[in-house]
Design a protein around this ligand. Structure first.
Ligand code: GLU
Length: 382
């Protein structure tokens, strides 16, 4: 258990680049390789101004737990760059992505460490990174990065996978708590890849999406939204708050609104001791990593609000990353149908295992998930 307290390896480095205006700038890059007892280190690379070593360590640890929860043969790691990508040109982001790989090329690889996208990184980022990696190493397996564009060895279904996995988790908890889609409302905080894809799936299944947000603010409408329409507005005008005729709120206010299921899909530490008591939902579905602080967790549990933990609710992404890696190594390309038909039973079994531990030991779902995962990791370490 002690071996799980600290990461195996920490990489911290500078990424110097020439900006488009010819000035030089340096960005802090990170990779934390936390644990590889169950397989190669695995986890995304985040581009965000808040990235620092403590955050990357926490995120890397959650990846160790996550891969064990879904039982894929991978370990856990995480990377990041302290940068605000919204202030940079695409050409500059490409230089940062390639610079990250130039630093890390000797420490990653198909059997060593397999990065993927996270907040503000995407298939394009992975394509730059893979290209740089191939130039440096001559590796042609394409299995060192997942979440790539399909043409570069990406998997069908990877783009929607995290939202899709979250939706399977929703179906499971809804069944346990007897929540029917037609009479259940959902608030989704965050309209990135995960929040958006989840909202579309839930909306199409008949749930009412009553609240949505992005980094600029939130909207609420008891009558419900069509997430695709909201995404269009965001793309055209810049934010969900440009959608007319509905209640405008801050992200903090959104979390306290009336709904049955609250799905934080943005950053860490959104539900805290300051606001957890005001949550009105009966389920918190953690699509983000670490959206609930430990104190908030306890408040929610005391209020009998079920928290479906991140290490389960958003594990669909890394599960399909595992499929992508596996396809690359076997030189195969599966159909989206094949991918989904493999993802669904994995998510559902992970949920059932955790639910059983919750019932057997009267523990919250996060503790149940951690208990299960730690057992698997320790047995692999032995
Ligand atoms: N960044 C995602 C996560 O936090 C995906 C990681 C991966 O696919 O390796 O789970």
């Amino acid at each position: 258990m002690n071996k799980l307290k600290e990461p195996n390896k920490v990489h911290e480095f500078d990424i110097p680049i020439t900006m488009d205006d010819n000035t030089k700038k340096s960005f802090k890059g990170y990779r934390v390789q936390f644990n590889n007892a169950r397989g190669p280190y695995k986890g995304g690379i985040r581009f965000h101004p808040q990235v620092d070593l403590d955050e990357v360590k926490a995120l890397a640890f959650w990846m160790v737990i996550k891969t064990a929860v879904v039982g894929v043969p991978l370990g856990g790691g995480k990377g990041g760059v302290e940068v605000n990508p919204k202030e940079l040109k695409e050409t500059e982001l490409e230089k940062i992505s390639r610079g990250w790989v130039a630093e890390m090329a000797d420490h990653i690889g198909p059997r060593v460490d397999v990065p993927a996208p996270d907040i503000n990184t995407n298939p394009q980022t992975m394509e730059w990174m893979l290209d740089e990696y191939e130039k440096i190493t001559n590796d042609t397996t394409r299995a060192t990065f997942t979440g790539k564009p399909i043409e570069s060895g990406g998997s069908e279904g990877r783009e929607q996978a995290t939202g899709q996995g979250g939706f399977y988790a929703l179906e499971e908890i809804a069944q346990k708590l007897d929540l029917k889609p037609e009479s259940s409302s959902i608030i989704v905080q965050g309209l990135g890849n995960v929040g958006y894809n989840f909202a579309v799936l839930a909306h199409n299944a008949g749930y009412k999406i009553v609240g949505m947000s992005d980094s600029k603010g939130a909207i609420y409408n008891a009558g419900g939204f069509d997430p695709e329409e909201i995404q269009k507005i965001k793309k055209e005008k810049g934010s969900v708050v440009d959608f007319e005729g509905v209640i405008k709120l801050t992200n903090e206010e959104l979390l306290e609104q009336e709904c049955d299921i609250l799905a934080p899909a943005a950053l860490e530490n959104q539900l805290t001791s300051a606001n957890a008591a005001k949550v009105k939902a009966s389920v918190v579905l953690e699509l983000a990593n670490g959206p609930t602080t430990p104190k908030a967790d306890k408040i929610l549990w005391d209020k009998k609000i079920y928290v479906v933990p991140d290490v389960l609710a958003n594990a669909g992404g890394v599960t399909v990353s595992y499929f992508e890696w596996d396809q690359n190594l076997k030189n195969q390309h599966w159909t989206e149908q094949e991918v989904l038909s493999k993802l669904e039973p994995i998510m559902k079994k992970a949920f059932q295992d955790i639910w059983k531990a919750h019932v057997d030991h009267n523990m919250d779902l996060r503790t149940s998930a951690f208990m299960l995962a730690v057992k698997r990791i320790i047995s692999a370490m032995k």
